[in-house]
Design a protein around this ligand. Structure first.
Ligand code: FES
Length: 316
Protein backbone atom coordinates (compact mmCIF):
# COMPACT_ATOMS: atom_id res chain seq x y z
CA UNK A 1 0.00 0.00 0.00
CA UNK A 2 1.42 3.38 -0.98
CA UNK A 3 1.10 6.05 1.67
CA UNK A 4 0.58 9.55 0.27
CA UNK A 5 0.79 11.99 3.11
CA UNK A 6 0.17 15.18 1.16
CA UNK A 7 -2.76 16.30 -0.96
CA UNK A 8 -1.63 19.05 -3.32
CA UNK A 9 -3.40 21.28 -5.82
CA UNK A 10 -1.78 22.63 -8.99
CA UNK A 11 -1.89 26.37 -8.33
CA UNK A 12 -0.04 27.59 -11.43
CA UNK A 13 1.59 26.27 -14.59
CA UNK A 14 4.15 28.28 -16.48
CA UNK A 15 6.09 27.21 -19.58
CA UNK A 16 9.50 28.81 -19.11
CA UNK A 17 11.06 27.19 -22.21
CA UNK A 18 9.75 24.90 -24.97
CA UNK A 19 10.62 21.79 -22.93
CA UNK A 20 10.59 23.23 -19.40
CA UNK A 21 7.45 23.63 -17.35
CA UNK A 22 7.26 25.26 -13.92
CA UNK A 23 4.58 24.00 -11.53
CA UNK A 24 3.40 25.76 -8.41
CA UNK A 25 1.82 23.26 -5.99
CA UNK A 26 -0.04 24.20 -2.83
CA UNK A 27 -1.84 22.23 -0.14
CA UNK A 28 -5.30 21.26 -1.42
CA UNK A 29 -6.87 22.46 1.83
CA UNK A 30 -4.84 25.66 1.94
CA UNK A 31 -2.83 24.64 4.99
CA UNK A 32 0.92 25.10 5.49
CA UNK A 33 3.07 22.33 4.01
CA UNK A 34 6.11 20.63 5.56
CA UNK A 35 9.07 22.99 5.07
CA UNK A 36 11.43 22.68 2.12
CA UNK A 37 15.21 22.43 2.48
CA UNK A 38 18.25 23.10 0.31
CA UNK A 39 18.55 20.19 -2.11
CA UNK A 40 15.22 18.64 -1.07
CA UNK A 41 12.84 16.93 -3.45
CA UNK A 42 9.18 15.99 -3.48
CA UNK A 43 7.78 12.70 -4.77
CA UNK A 44 4.65 13.31 -6.87
CA UNK A 45 2.06 10.77 -7.98
CA UNK A 46 1.25 11.72 -11.57
CA UNK A 47 -1.73 10.04 -13.20
CA UNK A 48 -0.84 8.96 -16.75
CA UNK A 49 -2.93 7.49 -19.52
CA UNK A 50 -2.33 3.90 -18.44
CA UNK A 51 -1.09 4.17 -14.89
CA UNK A 52 0.11 6.50 -12.16
CA UNK A 53 3.78 7.46 -12.25
CA UNK A 54 5.69 8.46 -9.13
CA UNK A 55 8.48 10.90 -9.90
CA UNK A 56 10.83 12.90 -7.67
CA UNK A 57 11.46 16.57 -8.47
CA UNK A 58 13.81 19.01 -6.77
CA UNK A 59 12.15 21.87 -4.95
CA UNK A 60 13.43 25.24 -6.14
CA UNK A 61 11.98 27.21 -3.22
CA UNK A 62 13.97 29.09 -0.60
CA UNK A 63 14.61 26.63 2.27
CA UNK A 64 11.91 26.76 4.91
CA UNK A 65 9.10 27.54 2.46
CA UNK A 66 5.71 26.24 3.65
CA UNK A 67 3.28 28.12 1.42
CA UNK A 68 3.78 25.90 -1.63
CA UNK A 69 6.23 23.84 -3.63
CA UNK A 70 7.77 24.94 -6.94
CA UNK A 71 9.27 22.41 -9.34
CA UNK A 72 10.59 22.63 -12.89
CA UNK A 73 10.04 19.62 -15.13
CA UNK A 74 11.75 18.93 -18.42
CA UNK A 75 9.71 17.24 -21.15
CA UNK A 76 11.66 14.08 -21.92
CA UNK A 77 11.14 12.94 -25.53
CA UNK A 78 11.25 9.29 -24.45
CA UNK A 79 9.14 9.94 -21.36
CA UNK A 80 7.50 6.88 -19.90
CA UNK A 81 4.77 9.03 -18.50
CA UNK A 82 5.83 11.31 -15.65
CA UNK A 83 7.11 14.26 -17.65
CA UNK A 84 4.51 13.63 -20.36
CA UNK A 85 1.79 13.89 -17.70
CA UNK A 86 3.19 17.18 -16.42
CA UNK A 87 3.49 18.68 -19.90
CA UNK A 88 0.35 17.31 -21.52
CA UNK A 89 -2.26 16.38 -18.95
CA UNK A 90 -1.93 18.55 -15.86
CA UNK A 91 -4.20 21.57 -15.54
CA UNK A 92 -4.44 24.31 -12.93
CA UNK A 93 -6.73 23.07 -10.17
CA UNK A 94 -5.80 19.38 -10.56
CA UNK A 95 -5.15 17.46 -7.34
CA UNK A 96 -1.99 15.41 -6.83
CA UNK A 97 -0.85 13.03 -4.10
CA UNK A 98 2.69 13.52 -2.83
CA UNK A 99 5.06 12.42 -0.12
CA UNK A 100 6.58 15.03 2.20
CA UNK A 101 9.92 16.44 1.02
CA UNK A 102 12.96 14.20 1.33
CA UNK A 103 16.57 15.25 1.03
CA UNK A 104 19.43 13.14 -0.26
CA UNK A 105 21.51 16.03 -1.52
CA UNK A 106 21.77 18.58 1.26
CA UNK A 107 24.76 20.92 1.37
CA UNK A 108 27.52 19.88 3.76
CA UNK A 109 27.54 22.45 6.51
CA UNK A 110 31.22 22.25 7.59
CA UNK A 111 32.28 23.07 4.01
CA UNK A 112 34.48 26.13 3.58
CA UNK A 113 33.06 26.78 0.10
CA UNK A 114 30.36 25.17 -2.03
CA UNK A 115 31.20 24.51 -5.70
CA UNK A 116 28.25 23.31 -7.78
CA UNK A 117 28.27 21.96 -11.33
CA UNK A 118 24.93 21.34 -13.05
CA UNK A 119 23.97 19.81 -16.36
CA UNK A 120 20.74 21.23 -17.80
CA UNK A 121 17.77 20.63 -15.53
CA UNK A 122 20.28 19.44 -12.92
CA UNK A 123 20.41 23.09 -11.90
CA UNK A 124 17.20 22.67 -9.90
CA UNK A 125 18.60 21.46 -6.55
CA UNK A 126 21.16 24.26 -6.68
CA UNK A 127 18.48 26.91 -7.04
CA UNK A 128 17.49 26.11 -3.46
CA UNK A 129 21.15 25.96 -2.36
CA UNK A 130 21.68 29.50 -3.62
CA UNK A 131 18.70 30.70 -1.58
CA UNK A 132 20.01 29.06 1.60
CA UNK A 133 21.40 31.63 4.03
CA UNK A 134 24.09 29.28 5.38
CA UNK A 135 25.33 28.34 1.92
CA UNK A 136 25.47 31.95 0.85
CA UNK A 137 27.30 32.97 4.00
CA UNK A 138 29.89 30.23 3.47
CA UNK A 139 30.36 31.16 -0.18
CA UNK A 140 29.06 29.31 -3.23
CA UNK A 141 29.70 29.17 -6.97
CA UNK A 142 27.46 27.50 -9.54
CA UNK A 143 28.52 26.46 -13.03
CA UNK A 144 25.72 25.37 -15.34
CA UNK A 145 26.26 23.48 -18.60
CA UNK A 146 23.17 23.97 -20.73
CA UNK A 147 21.84 24.93 -24.12
CA UNK A 148 22.59 28.55 -24.92
CA UNK A 149 18.88 29.12 -25.48
CA UNK A 150 18.13 28.14 -21.85
CA UNK A 151 20.77 30.17 -20.05
CA UNK A 152 18.31 32.89 -19.02
CA UNK A 153 15.23 30.88 -18.05
CA UNK A 154 16.34 30.24 -14.46
CA UNK A 155 16.98 33.90 -13.66
CA UNK A 156 13.83 34.27 -11.51
CA UNK A 157 15.29 31.76 -9.04
CA UNK A 158 18.81 33.20 -8.89
CA UNK A 159 19.34 35.58 -5.95
CA UNK A 160 20.98 38.93 -6.66
CA UNK A 161 24.73 38.71 -6.43
CA UNK A 162 24.90 34.91 -6.68
CA UNK A 163 28.06 33.63 -8.38
CA UNK A 164 26.51 31.74 -11.31
CA UNK A 165 28.16 31.09 -14.69
CA UNK A 166 26.59 29.44 -17.68
CA UNK A 167 28.50 27.31 -20.18
CA UNK A 168 27.41 25.93 -23.52
CA UNK A 169 28.88 24.13 -26.48
CA UNK A 170 30.68 26.93 -28.32
CA UNK A 171 34.24 28.17 -28.40
CA UNK A 172 34.95 30.33 -25.37
CA UNK A 173 31.90 29.09 -23.47
CA UNK A 174 32.71 25.47 -22.61
CA UNK A 175 33.38 24.55 -18.98
CA UNK A 176 37.04 23.78 -18.28
CA UNK A 177 36.41 21.34 -15.44
CA UNK A 178 40.06 20.57 -14.74
CA UNK A 179 40.96 24.26 -14.45
CA UNK A 180 37.93 24.93 -12.24
CA UNK A 181 38.72 22.06 -9.87
CA UNK A 182 42.37 23.09 -9.63
CA UNK A 183 41.47 26.57 -8.42
CA UNK A 184 39.33 26.11 -5.30
CA UNK A 185 39.93 27.06 -1.67
CA UNK A 186 40.87 24.30 0.77
CA UNK A 187 37.80 22.72 2.34
CA UNK A 188 35.60 23.22 -0.72
CA UNK A 189 32.85 20.65 -1.27
CA UNK A 190 31.91 19.81 -4.85
CA UNK A 191 28.33 18.97 -5.85
CA UNK A 192 27.36 17.65 -9.28
CA UNK A 193 23.87 17.11 -10.63
CA UNK A 194 23.20 16.17 -14.20
CA UNK A 195 23.11 13.29 -16.65
CA UNK A 196 25.33 10.33 -15.75
CA UNK A 197 27.93 11.22 -18.38
CA UNK A 198 28.49 14.65 -16.86
CA UNK A 199 28.47 13.38 -13.30
CA UNK A 200 30.95 10.62 -14.11
CA UNK A 201 33.27 12.99 -15.99
CA UNK A 202 33.33 15.50 -13.13
CA UNK A 203 33.87 12.81 -10.50
CA UNK A 204 36.76 11.38 -12.56
CA UNK A 205 38.27 14.85 -12.97
CA UNK A 206 37.98 15.49 -9.24
CA UNK A 207 39.68 12.19 -8.42
CA UNK A 208 42.44 12.95 -10.92
CA UNK A 209 42.95 16.35 -9.29
CA UNK A 210 43.29 14.75 -5.86
CA UNK A 211 39.94 15.73 -4.36
CA UNK A 212 38.95 13.49 -1.41
CA UNK A 213 35.87 11.44 -2.32
CA UNK A 214 34.26 12.66 0.91
CA UNK A 215 34.14 16.18 -0.57
CA UNK A 216 32.50 15.16 -3.84
CA UNK A 217 28.72 14.70 -3.96
CA UNK A 218 26.53 13.71 -6.90
CA UNK A 219 22.86 13.49 -7.64
CA UNK A 220 21.91 11.39 -10.64
CA UNK A 221 18.83 11.61 -12.75
CA UNK A 222 17.46 10.34 -16.03
CA UNK A 223 18.23 7.40 -18.22
CA UNK A 224 18.95 4.71 -15.72
CA UNK A 225 15.41 3.39 -15.45
CA UNK A 226 14.41 4.02 -19.04
CA UNK A 227 13.23 0.49 -19.61
CA UNK A 228 14.61 -2.64 -21.20
CA UNK A 229 13.50 -6.21 -21.81
CA UNK A 230 10.31 -7.37 -20.10
CA UNK A 231 10.72 -10.00 -17.41
CA UNK A 232 8.78 -11.80 -14.70
CA UNK A 233 9.20 -10.95 -11.02
CA UNK A 234 8.20 -13.72 -8.62
CA UNK A 235 7.57 -12.65 -5.04
CA UNK A 236 8.66 -15.61 -2.96
CA UNK A 237 6.77 -14.83 0.27
CA UNK A 238 3.45 -13.80 -1.23
CA UNK A 239 3.56 -16.05 -4.28
CA UNK A 240 2.69 -13.12 -6.55
CA UNK A 241 3.95 -13.18 -10.14
CA UNK A 242 4.29 -9.84 -11.91
CA UNK A 243 5.17 -9.03 -15.48
CA UNK A 244 7.53 -6.06 -15.63
CA UNK A 245 6.89 -4.41 -18.99
CA UNK A 246 9.61 -2.99 -21.25
CA UNK A 247 8.70 0.57 -20.34
CA UNK A 248 8.25 0.30 -16.56
CA UNK A 249 10.58 -0.25 -13.66
CA UNK A 250 10.43 -3.19 -11.28
CA UNK A 251 9.42 -0.72 -8.56
CA UNK A 252 6.51 0.53 -10.68
CA UNK A 253 5.38 -3.05 -11.28
CA UNK A 254 5.45 -3.71 -7.53
CA UNK A 255 3.46 -0.53 -6.85
CA UNK A 256 0.95 -1.42 -9.57
CA UNK A 257 0.36 -4.72 -7.77
CA UNK A 258 -0.18 -2.91 -4.45
CA UNK A 259 3.00 -4.29 -2.89
CA UNK A 260 4.47 -2.17 -0.08
CA UNK A 261 7.71 -1.01 -1.65
CA UNK A 262 9.76 1.56 0.27
CA UNK A 263 11.48 4.15 -1.90
CA UNK A 264 12.86 7.66 -1.71
CA UNK A 265 14.99 8.85 -4.62
CA UNK A 266 13.63 6.50 -7.34
CA UNK A 267 16.94 7.01 -9.07
CA UNK A 268 19.15 4.27 -7.65
CA UNK A 269 20.98 6.60 -5.29
CA UNK A 270 19.57 6.34 -1.77
CA UNK A 271 19.46 2.59 -1.14
CA UNK A 272 16.02 2.71 0.51
CA UNK A 273 14.41 0.26 -1.94
CA UNK A 274 17.10 -2.44 -1.56
CA UNK A 275 15.54 -5.88 -2.01
CA UNK A 276 17.00 -9.38 -1.60
CA UNK A 277 17.14 -11.55 -4.73
CA UNK A 278 16.72 -15.31 -4.32
CA UNK A 279 17.11 -16.39 -7.93
CA UNK A 280 17.72 -14.93 -11.38
CA UNK A 281 20.30 -12.44 -12.62
CA UNK A 282 19.86 -8.72 -11.83
CA UNK A 283 20.93 -6.04 -14.29
CA UNK A 284 22.26 -3.38 -11.92
CA UNK A 285 21.71 0.27 -12.82
CA UNK A 286 22.00 1.84 -9.36
CA UNK A 287 24.67 4.04 -7.85
CA UNK A 288 24.81 2.58 -4.36
CA UNK A 289 25.63 -1.16 -4.38
CA UNK A 290 29.29 -2.06 -3.92
CA UNK A 291 31.09 -4.09 -6.61
CA UNK A 292 30.97 -7.10 -4.27
CA UNK A 293 27.23 -6.70 -3.70
CA UNK A 294 26.67 -6.45 -7.44
CA UNK A 295 28.78 -9.50 -8.12
CA UNK A 296 26.84 -11.52 -5.53
CA UNK A 297 23.64 -11.04 -7.52
CA UNK A 298 21.67 -11.26 -4.26
CA UNK A 299 20.52 -7.65 -3.97
CA UNK A 300 18.68 -5.28 -6.29
CA UNK A 301 17.43 -1.69 -6.36
CA UNK A 302 14.00 -2.10 -7.99
CA UNK A 303 13.65 1.62 -8.76
CA UNK A 304 16.21 1.42 -11.56
CA UNK A 305 17.56 -2.11 -11.93
CA UNK A 306 16.06 -4.88 -14.01
CA UNK A 307 16.72 -8.53 -14.87
CA UNK A 308 19.05 -10.10 -17.40
CA UNK A 309 17.29 -13.43 -16.90
CA UNK A 310 13.66 -14.00 -17.94
CA UNK A 311 12.69 -14.30 -14.28
CA UNK A 312 13.80 -12.76 -11.00
CA UNK A 313 12.72 -14.24 -7.67
CA UNK A 314 12.57 -11.62 -4.89
CA UNK A 315 12.42 -12.21 -1.13
CA UNK A 316 9.15 -10.30 -0.83
S1 FES B 1 14.47 4.49 -4.14
FE1 FES B 1 16.50 5.21 -3.82
S2 FES B 1 17.73 3.59 -4.57
FE2 FES B 1 15.71 2.98 -5.06
Amino acid sequence: MIVSALKLRVAAIDDIAPSLRHLRLEAADGSALPPTGAGAHVLLSLPGAARTHRNAYSLVNPPGTRSGYDVIVRRVPTSRGGSATVHERLRVGDRLDAQPPGNLFAPVRPARHHLMIAGGIGITPFLSYLQDAGVRQTGASLHVCCRESEKDVFQPWLPDGADVRFHWDADGHRLDTAALLADQPAGTHLYVCGPSDLNDAVVRAAAAAGWPASQVHTEHFGGASAGGNAFEAVLHKSGLRLRVAEDESLLEALERAGVAAPCLCRGGACGVCITPVLDGEPEHRDHCLSPAERASGRLIMPCVSRARSPQLVLDL
